[in-house]
Structure formats: C-alpha cells, structure tokens
Write a protein that binds this ligand. Structure first.
Ligand code: URA
Length: 297
C-alpha cells in the first residue's frame, strides 16, 4: 500500500476512535514527516515545497488529510479544568520532616564549622533537646580528624558522661580490642556517637533527640570525609542509613553514606551480653579492613 494511503487510514482510525486532534503517541512528528516526505517524493504531481519543520498540520493537509485548525473539543477522558475554590481549603496534615529548624544545611551555625573542634564547641553549648539538663558532660567524639575509619556508636553511657570521652567504659574497651584486631589504634580512627549527651539511665534515644543531634554527626563526617564508616548497633546504622531495617538485615552488605562505604555490625555492648555475636562482628570489621585496604567489590 502507498505510504500516503497508510497514513490516511491511520488517521481515519484515530478519528473513528473519537479523536478530534491527532495524538502522536505511536508516530512521532518526525515519523509522520518522513512518511509524507516519501509520499510526496513518490508523486509526480506533488508540490515541490516541503512543509516547515514541525508544522505537521500543514504536512498532513498536503498529504490529503483533513486537519482542523479549530481548537479541539475536549475528549471525554480529559480532566475537567480546575475551578477556583469558593472557600479556602483547610491545610493538609503535617507531613514528613527532614532536618531541624536550625537550618544547618543552609548557612546555620554548623555550616560555619570548619574543624572537628569547631563542631565540638557547638556541641558543648547545645540546647536543642533536654539531654544537656541531665548529662554531666557532652561527648562530642574523639580521634584523628584525618581518620580513614569512623566508628559510630549510639550514645554516651555513664563512664562517657563522667569523662566526656566516647567508648571508655566496658563496651569501649571491647571496641578498642576490635580496632586492634584490624590493626588500628583508637587515635588513628575517629570514634563518635549519634547522641552527644547521655540519655538518663541509658534509655534508648528518642526520635526527637536523634533528629536534634544528627546534624552534628553529619557535619563531623563531612569534615573528616573518612574512607569507611562502621556503624555499631541499631541506632547508628538506622540513623546513618535512614532506615528502620534491623541489624540482621543490614549486616553483610556494603551500604553507602553519600558515597562512603558503611559496614554495619553489632554494638560492643551487645557482644558483652551475647558472645555468639563476636564471630560475625569479627567478619564485619574484617570487611571494613578490606575496604580500607582498597579491596573493591
Ligand atoms: N555505647 C555507645 O554507643 N557509645 C559510647 O560512647 C559508649 C557506649
């Protein structure tokens, strides 16, 4: 069949389906132009002037199709035009909240912190949640600002609250051994918690406390830019990875925090309660070691 007849038949089918304006969903304008161009070249009596590029109405008309210039009638499936509401609608309910009103990302105090010590100074005066009222000392984190490995824990316990230093109690001693097992001293790493003040009685951090404190951790990681992060325990893993998945689901994968590999493992305090988790923790930190050594998947 001649290309022009093919095109006419196609258009008739579309019109029989109730379309008053051509909707080029299976043929692009270029396709149509090409068909018409071929048709015109094949016709001895064809007018020599090609249609202007993009002027498909003109092109179709010269191929013999009837093309209306009138504004098309609305097709039945099109949504009705929006009408102005007669009374202002009530505001929708509150949605998800990302970040805090401190606006750290948009020029707040934290954005001006250039060093780990700058961040520690801000943490010292932090009043964003009530934990400072019951805590003895803030625990901003410690180690090398040039660390290639950052260890993230949950929150200071009693010993940390006393000293202002992270992971110095029983769980901390185990963390030191874990680091030694992958040939790192505490000083070579940076050790930090999600919360910088101790929750009373070592209770779990509240979501509002995590939200208030998270920007400090974000800025610390931005400044240090480590090669690998190890998240110790549920709170660290869930905060960094913005997930509710459990440790057992998060272990054994290389996650990414803004491109930085994140290895998730059990919290040292959990290992003290459940020595069966020592072996998997060992495997997890060996994975961190391999990543530090540049082994890629
Ligand atoms: N547990 C943590 O998560 N962090 C500490 O600093 C001490 C115990």
């Amino acid at each position: 069949m001649h290309a022009e007849d093919l095109l006419r038949r196609y258009l008739e089918q579309r019109r029989d389906q109730g379309e008053v304006e051509l909707v080029l969903d299976t043929l692009s304008v270029e396709d149509v132009m090409q068909i018409i161009g071929a048709a015109r070249r094949g016709r001895a009596d064809a007018a020599p002037t090609p249609p202007a590029p993009g002027d498909w109405r003109h092109a179709l008309r010269s191929a013999g199709a009837e093309v209306s210039t009138a504004t098309p009638a609305r097709r039945p499936l099109e949504p009705a035009p929006l009408e102005a509401p007669t009374a202002p609608a009530a505001l929708p309910p509150d949605g998800l909240v990302v970040g805090t009103e401190g606006n750290e990302l948009f020029g707040g105090e934290l954005a001006h912190c250039q060093t780990i010590d700058d961040v520690a100074a801000l943490i010292k005066g932090c009043r964003k949640c009530d934990l400072y009222r019951t805590a003895k000392h803030p625990v901003p984190g410690e180690g090398s600002a040039a660390a290639r490995l950052v260890c993230v824990g949950e929150a200071p316990g009693a010993s940390e609250d006393e000293t202002g230093r992270p992971f110095v109690g029983q769980a901390g001693m185990l963390l030191t051994k874990i680091l030694e097992a992958i040939k790192l001293s505490r000083d070579e790493a940076f050790i930090v918690n999600v919360l910088k003040h101790r929750p009373p009685g070592n209770r779990n951090p509240l979501p509002t406390e995590v939200d208030a404190c998270r920007p400090y951790l974000i800025r610390q990681l931005e400044i240090i830019r480590p090669s690998v992060i190890v998240a110790f325990g549920t709170f660290a893993a869930q905060t960094l990875l913005d997930t509710k998945l459990s440790i057992s689901k998060l272990r054994g994968a290389i996650h990414r925090y803004h491109g930085i590999p994140v290895v998730v493992t059990y919290h040292p305090a959990a290992l003290l309660r459940n020595p069966a988790w020592k072996r998997p923790t060992w495997e997890d930190v060996q994975l961190a070691r391999r990543l530090l050594d540049g082994v890629r998947k």
